[in-house]
Design a protein around this ligand. Structure first.
Ligand SMILES: [Zn+2]
Ligand SMILES: [Zn+2]
Length: 99
């Protein structure tokens, strides 16, 4: 898939996405997949303690919580607010991990 460079930034919620994979290392779990809006490769890292009361130190925990991911494709999409600390197109969605 090709990243949609010309897409303008917009905050937009997407339905639950499948096909994301997670890897665990040390005190963090990294989830990787494709953004449903701009098709960019997005990776999101959860560190221990960042997911509410439950420590995100294992993949099973992340799988159960179905956390929300914000696009982090790394592309500077047009119209992204200057004060945004996001690193993508503004899309967000919950993930279901591929077993
Ligand atoms: Zn993007
Ligand atoms: Zn995106």
């Amino acid at each position: 898939m090709t990243h949609l460079d010309q897409l303008s930034w917009a905050e937009e919620e997407f339905p639950r996405q499948e096909g994301f994979t997670a890897t665990s290392s040390g005190d963090a779990v990294t989830v990787v997949g494709i953004c449903p809006r701009c098709q960019g490769q997005t990776s999101w890292t959860f560190r221990k303690g960042e997911m509410g009361a439950v420590a995100a130190d294992d993949i099973e925990t992340v799988r159960e919580l179905m956390p929300t991911i914000i696009c982090g494709c790394g592309h500077l999409h047009d119209k992204r607010p200057d004060d945004s600390d996001e690193d993508g197109c503004g899309a967000f969605w919950k993930i279901a991990l591929t077993p």
